[in-house]
Design a protein around this ligand. Sequence first.
Ligand code: HAS
Length: 552
Amino acid sequence: MIANNRLLFPKKEARLYMAFMYVTFISLFVGGLMGLLQTLVRSGKYTLPFNIDYYTILTVHGVILGLVLTTYFIIGFQFSLMGKTVGISDKQLKVAWLSFWVMIVGTIMTAVTILVGEASVLYTFYAPLRAHPAFYIGLALVIIGSWIAAFVNFRQLYVWKKAHKGQKSPLLAFMVTINMLMWFIASLGVASSVLIQFIPWSLGYAETINVLMSRTLFWYFGHPLVYFWLLPAYMAWYALIPRIIGGKLFSDSLARMSFILLLMFSIPVGFHHQLTEPGINPTWKFIQVVLTFMVVIPTLMTAFSIFATFETTGRKKGYTSLFGWFKKLPWKDVRFLAPFIGMVAFIPGGAGGIVNASHQMNALIHNTIWVTGHFHLTAATTVILTFFGIAYWLVPHLTGRRLTPKLNKLGIIQTFIWTIGMTIMSGAMHIQGLLGGPRRSNFSSYAGGEQVETWVHYQLAQAIGGSILFIAILLMVYLFIQLAFFAPRGVEEYPIAEEEADAEPTPKILENWYLWVGITIALILFAYTIPVFDILKHSPPGSAPFDWPIGR
Ligand code: HAS
């Protein structure tokens, strides 16, 4: 692997990567504020001013944090990984800027449409709820922009391979390529639904929409979407954290194999979000649930690999007792601590995912706020804390500044505040969900329904957790501003781990793209062809649009 081959990026490159970071942290502030407002409203003790609609802020929250923050951070971070490992030419840089601006135009269109109350359809934009066409067109542009980024990444690796015939590609460049391949193949589903179904329907060219088809195409994209968020965190766990703790890469081959398995099994599993949906044959739901459990395997490989890295690094440093190496991990380094807490959160988060994927248990938690608790552990803790851990060194590296001991300390405080807030909020969501509390829903006493009494208090706990989280968000935004503009000048390391000198060679087959993409496509065709034809043939009549707020 080429590690740290250039101390700092040339300014023109750094500017591109930072552009993605600015959007990320603006999104964090806006989306976080909306989250705070939501938990306050759901506590039943607060009403939004100026007639602002709850579902408008819920949509802003989901879209800005789930789609905008994540996509911009990931693409910016991945561009930097590619720049560091395989390089970027001037021409590629120009096209990369094009991807950024196309995404920005799309984001602004979507954001404005939501903010003026014309698209209160939540981030899943389930039909038959209808938004203004500008919402869907904006989303389509964001996707197109991200495709341009994907093709720049593919090109970067291709050019490097041509210049380094016979050599294995740098691990991080390989991982970025897998993630963007997954993103491209998956987003074809949502893009076709937006282009063929939603845009003509919202413009009035089609009177009705096939609801089941639109949801199926959404979830064909929706599950790989969550892995698109997770894989950059895995990139850091596999190939960056070892360097931060003073160790080496555990196994290049294992890391590549787990990414290949994630590519193959992340896509043909969307039905596990539709287990309660009528109109899909249970056999196909069962098949996709089996495939869902296959995704757990590379995740467990990742857990094994991380633990092994921690232990071997500690033992090499001379800690011989059973857990001595564990105590000596760099707990006071926020670049390690934040992702580590993310890893720990993935244990209950992942266990919750396995509950969700199990058909019978899914019947208990589907559409309850348990699911919201699940993704605040996985996405908003595991993934986001790892992203913060990355930002602590990436942002100063890009701006030519340093993470000072004082900022590091503030980062540690930030991580703890986030963890406390999220534990309270997500814990309360899980319990309330088990008691039947709904998700995607404004505060309601349900006309004094008896069951409500059992869970209504947990909404107060969510508001307390949400308020603590908002303090953590403010602190993170402050830290970002410091690292981007005010921290002392210097060189912050871009920590890429190296392989052991005597590492086993990586089998060439792991870079056989035709083989892995071929198997991925075969699995998708197997899991989706018959059910999709079934849906097309046997769907009930399409639905006329529903507009929210009613009478819009
Ligand atoms: Fe999920 C719903 C199933 C993972 C995100 N999920 C969602 C939604 C989101 C989301 C956003 O089957 C809501 C969508 C909506 O709006 O409707 N999910 C799973 C399964 C997994 C899973 C089986 N989800 C994630 C990840 C996400 C995410 C990752 C974001 C990043 N999820 C579901 C299902 C639903 C669902 C259903 C639909 C529910 C419904 O009915 O609506 C698995 O991939 C999880 C596998 C993970 C593990 C954990 C391994 C642990 C590791 C940590 C290692 C730590 C170490 C350190 C080594 C098995 C890797 C330890 C140190 C110590 C000291 C202990």
